[in-house]
Ligand binder design. Structure first.
Ligand SMILES: [Fe+2]
Length: 282
């Protein structure tokens, strides 16, 4: 596929469901209400069904069955409801990354969800009032890997010479790196500017100094999850959260350790949300 064909394929990627776009808009208001979110989710019967299935699954271990979104949010909390809604709406995209040179679709999704959790945690820790936007940036940041996997199913990274910079390697193999590819997708979806910028620049050191902390949050989250070996296709490339990123977010090394522990325990609790096949096929 030539570059023009690839960009067209990226732009043609099916958009997020309308309900997901509206959830995104709603949670960007720091004062959004639980009632508004519940009312919004209830407009989508398929999403409502998925949420009720998940809430009644073993993962949440509720004492009695819940049969409404309102009851579900009372049990699991609004943050979990946002996570479930966004995970249900984005997971189907990740299922398409069959034969990916990066990782299996399940591992790619595990990485993606872990980055979203880490980004949400970092946003809260550094006092950013857009913790749910940070989660959203996390679930979107790897879409470039999905579309590159679909466009070039025959490519394996072993074919290229050893690389110290995986973005350069992608440039060489695909003519575009995964962050730029994801940016084409989210630009075509018309998502808010700071989200698009965070996705596009999640490997760009210059973006750390943006007025919005979202790029720095996403960079910290991505590196910290890769360091845990979750969905890391290039384990030989050394990784660290850059001091400039920590400084921008007023975080210490100890905070990263706390974030990693948080992600680890949340992943253990999130078996249902990590089951890509089950999540995407509901
Ligand atoms: Fe990345």
């Amino acid at each position: 596929m030539d570059h023009t064909g690839l960009v067209e394929a990226l732009r043609a990627m099916p958009p997020l469901p309308l309900v997901a776009q509206r959830v995104l808009q709603l949670v960007r208001d720091p004062d959004y209400s639980v009632d508004d979110l519940v009312a919004l989710v209830r407009t989508d019967p398929a999403l409502t069904g998925r949420i009720l299935q998940l809430c009644n699954s073993a993962a949440y271990a509720l004492r009695s069955a819940v049969s409404s979104v309102g009851a579900a949010v009372a049990y699991i909390g609004i943050r979990n409801l946002v996570r479930i809604a966004l995970a249900c709406c984005t997971a189907p995209h990740y299922r398409k990354a069959q034969n990916s040179p990066y990782a299996s679709p399940g591992e790619l999704w595990r990485h993606t969800f872990a980055v979203a959790l880490a980004a949400q945690w970092c946003a809260q820790r550094c006092g950013h009032d857009q913790a749910d936007a940070a989660f959203t940036a996390g679930v979107l940041h790897n879409l470039g890997k999905v579309v590159l996997s679909q466009a070039y199913p025959e490519v394996g990274f072993a074919e290229g010479p050893p690389a110290t910079d995986h973005l350069q390697m992608e440039q060489r193999l695909f003519g575009i790196d995964h962050a730029a590819a994801a940016a084409v997708v989210v630009d075509s979806w018309g998502l808010p500017r700071d989200l698009r910028r965070a996705v596009r620049s999640h490997h760009d050191p210059a973006a750390v100094q943006d007025e919005s902390p979202l790029p720095a949050i996403l960079q910290a989250a991505d590196v910290l999850v890769l360091q845990q070996g979750i969905g890391n296709p290039f384990p030989s490339i050394p990784l660290r959260v850059e001091p400039a990123v920590l400084g921008r977010l007023h975080l210490e090394e100890a905070d990263l350790a706390a974030a990693a522990a948080h992600v680890h325990s949340e992943l253990q609790r999130s078996v249902e949300l990590l089951n890509l096949e089950g999540l995407a096929s509901r």
